[in-house]
Design a protein around this ligand. Structure first.
Ligand code: GDP
Length: 521
């Protein structure tokens, strides 16, 4: 098979959602379709208490998180599917955001009983700023949820993206009869078990009279007419640009509407696209291999203190043992230890194509965002964006005698992208910023184990970070509630204690332009 065919087969995506919306349940169903697992309940075990068979990271084992399943790959029909996991809950970290730079499409799960929730908004914004196509799965239709029209309106208002319902629920909860598939003009009957019966809508009266005569069904036909007249048109091009999200209603738990969703999703989801570099766009079909590092995983286990860099392949063919150039340093590295991932198992990968994610052994050489290329051309993939941290802690060395190790550790871990560094403008105190608590824990553990430096945190709590456009500031305007800091590039930022202090400051300092990284990038 040639490179072009391999590329066209690839569908690399992430599933984003607020905790408990049904990401694990949906992922499992997709793995079942792909024959990767045989029964549900086998994917990661936070709830069931089962751990993935790996001692990958001590901390993660303690918390019951599985990192090795961060990429799940499998063939499905004519496709090669790569699902990238985006951890939620307390495991939420900058890696979660960065992972979204490595996918070509995103599935957003929304709990239909709740609507759009905070974590979904954050992740959505990142997809939006990268122009990634977004597909929505409106989950838990078997429960009494909110009005579908209201849910759509919420997506449009809160997230600011237009929507196109691919199907439409007929009833909900106890009155849930099934879904009307607008795309194929058919009705899929909900039988309460995993069997779906499908009827063409113009045969309903004859073949499913009980449903056809049900007032709920008739009401739905009315709603659909409204949608046809007043709603958006389906436009695959706008889907590809991330301007329009196709919405699918269903129930992951009852496996209802999931397969139709998946099949349609794969049909419209983007294959690997050309990517921007400092030398212009690089086509995936370019013969020379290239890719970039979007995540680095350090093993906390002292017995195997190795690090794995996660590489998104962007062009050409990867072959194990090949030599590549690290663009940042111009060093040549032989990639002999490479792994692909499948829900807990790591196996050696010999060949991989654009869209694939591989793990490569990191001899302490890589940084997040690094570009690797084979062939003569030199270029670097677009820098990964900086994401606004939300939790802040002052940090200092417990033992002042070890300030050298302390400084080295901070420098390297910040470089690597494990955590963000700030300095308080007035006191020069070191402040660390993270998007999730796990980042602080990993940082503390690695400072101890890799740099022999015990550290002490003083929490500054959750804060709202805004960058200042410009390099002149009047220090008198800032205090502990609106704390003036510099990021590691020397750019001014303000850490606001809460939404109220932020708004107050903004309204009283109209001359200072404050930048929200998630919206400005
Ligand atoms: P995650 O935190 O997003 O991975 O969510 P899970 O997949 O673990 O689901 C959270 C809870 O919602 C679990 O108890 C699931 O059984 C339940 N759940 C998931 N999908 C559905 C659904 O379609 N209907 C109902 N009623 N419950 C669901």
């Amino acid at each position: 098979m040639n490179l072009k065919q391999e590329i066209d087969k690839r569908k690399t995506f992430a599933i984003i959602s607020h905790p408990d919306a049904g990401k694990t349940t949906l992922t499992e169903k997709l793995l079942l379709f792909g024959n990767v697992i045989r029964s549900a309940g086998t994917v990661k075990g936070k709830k069931s208490g089962k751990f993935a068979a790996s001692d990958w990271m001590e901390i993660e084992k303690k918390r019951g998180i599985s990192v090795t399943s961060s990429v799940m790959s499998f063939p499905y029909h004519d496709f090669h599917v790569n699902i990238l996991d985006t951890p939620g809950h307390e495991d939420f970290s900058e890696d979660t955001y960065r992972t979204l730079t490595a996918v070509d499409s995103v599935v957003m799960i929304i709990d239909s009983t709740k609507g759009v929730e905070p974590q979904t908004i954050k992740l959505f914004k990142v997809c939006r700023m990268r122009g990634i196509p977004i597909f929505t799965f409106m989950n838990k239709l078997d429960r009494e949820g909110r009005d579908p029209l209201e849910l759509l309106a919420e997506i449009e208002e809160v997230l600011g993206i237009e929507s196109y319902p691919m199907n439409w629920p007929v009833g909900m909860g106890k009155r849930f009869l099934g879904i009307y598939d607008r795309y194929s003009e058919s009705f899929v009957r909900f039988n309460g078990n995993e069997e779906e019966s499908v009827y063409k809508v113009d045969e309903m009266e004859e073949k499913a009279a009980d449903i056809y005569e049900n007032p709920t069904y008739q009401d739905t036909l009315g709603e659909l007419e409204l949608l046809n007249e007043a709603g958006n048109d389906f436009d695959p091009e706008r889907v590809r640009k991330g301007e329009l999200t196709p919405v699918f209603f269903g129930s992951a738990l009852s496996n209802f509407g999931v397969q139709t969703f998946f099949d349609t999703f794969l049909q419209f989801a983007a294959s690997p696209q050309p990517r921007r570099t400092n030398e212009g766009f690089i086509e995936p079909e370019k013969q020379d291999f290239s890719g970039y590092v979007f995540k680095i995983q350090a093993n906390m286990n002292t017995k195997h203190r190795d690090r794995i860099a996660f590489l998104r392949i962007c062009s050409g063919t990867f072959e194990r043992g090949m030599s590549v150039t690290l663009s940042r340093t111009n060093k040549i590295i032989k990639l002999s230890q490479s792994q692909s991932f499948m829900a807990g198992d790591r196996e050696t990968v010999d060949v991989a194509y654009p869209g694939d994610i591989i793990g490569i052994y990191d001899p302490n050489a890589y940084q997040i965002g690094d570009t690797l290329t084979a062939g003569k051309d030199r270029f670097e993939y677009e820098e990964l964006p900086q994401f606004p941290p939300e939790m802040f802690k002052k940090v200092r060395a417990k033992n002042v005698m070890k300030s050298k190790q302390f400084k080295k550790g901070i420098d390297q871990l910040v470089q690597e992208g494990a955590i963000q560094l700030f300095r308080q403008e007035l006191t020069d105190d070191i402040i660390l910023g993270a998007v999730g608590q796990l980042q602080f824990e990993v940082f503390e553990e690695r400072m101890r184990s890799e740099y022999n430096a015990e550290i002490e945190f003083t929490s500054l709590g959750d804060r709202i970070a805004r960058w200042i456009d410009g390099d002149k500031v009047d220090r008198k305007k800032f205090d502990n509630r609106s704390m003036l800091v510099k990021d590691r590039y020397g750019q001014y930022a303000v850490l606001f204690e809460n939404e109220f202090t932020y708004r107050y400051f903004r309204d009283n300092n109209k001359d200072i332009k404050l930048i929200d990284l998630l919206e400005s990038n």
